[in-house]
Design a protein around this ligand. Structure first.
Ligand SMILES: *Cc1c(COP(=O)(O)O)cnc(C)c1O
Length: 376
């Protein structure tokens, strides 16, 4: 059994992917070739925003957004404590300071009450200037935007939506990657919409910011490539990756997103009353980057993971450490207990195999093993 079966997906989509890829190879236009613009247009339309600016990966996408807003030393950027390292890393790389915020135990996403407390505390300490809230659509579920947007308005902060795991999700029909003032995603192979290498994209409705993003990703270009008006980076989406993404995006829209939601519903039904399953609030739709259960203790979680491994069922722990517990952030001096929910989650969550091509037999096998282990 595969945790996320990318080989199976390729087998199903092989003819479309191969022909798109070989067309791109034959075209001779390898940098910013035709598929790049075609993909950007299709993604912007799907998400429902004016501009999609693709780039080299999801981490660069976040960096480009922070650069557009000139985020720098002395600025505070509020980041959920329970996420992939990159969400905070980009803040530090710009010289600004990430302020870690605890998450909600049910949705795993940033907790609005903790967020407002962190903002007020930062203001009263007076050392940093609050600028941005980075929301993460963790495991495919959009963050609590109704509450976060209110807070952003109240304190005049920008929202950067890290939709690396969230692409395809929605709230009452409004799509992920449209909730931030700027939003980003990643096409890392295992993400909801993945390519066969690295890739990413930035989304915004703001014309001016879109222009700056387009400039920043190619060495701060001005009217042409050898006219450089600002310090930028080299962060283009590879043409071959765009060519791979076009047929993959069609499959994603046409049936993969439905299929993975069917798989999640099967898990929900079969695991009901057995373990704590993911909570999807009313009106929310997840793209299921992960299907993550919560056990009662670290002992149970680690025991279950070992038992599933013995039965050839791969699982992952996302994430085994809070960001504030990372060695790289020791110097920020967060005491133990500063994010109680995140700290408990890091010891008790377990992500199960899920992807659009998983079979009901495979899901049954996973569920049977979980039931067996927990009844021992
Ligand atoms: C994967 C991921 C990123 C980084 O994306 P890359 O394309 O690997 O650079 C950022 N944030 C979150 C939440 C992610 O899951």
């Amino acid at each position: 059994m595969q945790f996320r079966d990318l080989k199976k997906q390729y087998q199903v989509l092989k003819s479309e992917i191969d022909s798109s890829l070989l067309d791109a190879v034959a075209s001779g236009a390898y940098i910013m070739g035709k598929p790049v613009k075609e993909l950007e247009t299709a993604l912007a339309e799907y998400v429902g925003v004016k501009h999609c600016v693709s780039c080299a990966n999801g981490t660069d996408a976040l960096t480009l957004a922070l650069k557009v807003w000139d985020i720098k030393a002395g600025d505070a950027v509020f980041v959920p404590d329970f996420t992939f390292f990159a969400t905070a890393e980009v803040v530090s790389l710009e010289g600004a300071t990430p302020v870690f915020v605890d998450v909600d135990a049910d949705t795993f996403n940033i907790n609005p009450v903790s967020l407002e407390k962190a903002i007020q505390q930062t203001i009263s300490e007076g050392k940093l200037t609050p600028k941005v809230i980075i929301t993460v659509d963790l495991f495919g579920l959009p963050a609590n935007y109704p509450a976060v947007c209110q807070i952003a308005d109240k304190y005049n902060l920008l929202i950067l939506e890290d939709g690396a795991q969230g692409f395809g999700g929605s709230i009452n029909g409004k799509k992920a990657c449209s909730f931030g003032d700027i939003s980003t995603t990643s096409f890392f192979p295992a993400k909801p919409l993945g390519c066969y290498g690295d890739g990413g994209a930035v989304f915004t409705d703001n014309d001016e910011w879109a222009k700056v993003l387009d400039s920043l990703r190619v060495h701060g270009k001005g009217s042409f490539k050898y006219d450089n008006v600002r310090i930028g980076v080299n962060s283009r989406l590879d043409t071959l990756q765009a060519a791979i993404l076009i047929p993959k995006f069609n499959a994603f829209k046409e049936y993969e997103l439905d299929k993975i939601n069917e798989a999640a519903s099967l898990y929900d039904a079969k695991l009901k009353g057995v373990v704590k399953t993911p909570v999807i609030p009313e009106g929310y739709y997840s793209s299921w980057a992960q299907y993550t259960i919560t056990l009662k203790s670290k002992e149970k979680r680690d025991g279950l993971q070992a038992y599933l491994k013995d039965n050839e069922i791969p699982t992952m722990v996302y994430y085994p450490k809070a960001l504030h517990e990372q060695t790289a952030y020791k110097s920020l001096n967060y005491p133990e207990g500063s994010s109680p929910v995140t700290e408990v989650l890091s010891e008790s969550v377990l992500s199960l195999p899920i992807h659009p091509y998983i079979t009901e037999e495979e899901i049954n096998k996973v569920v049977d093993c979980i039931v067996e282990f927990l009844s021992k």
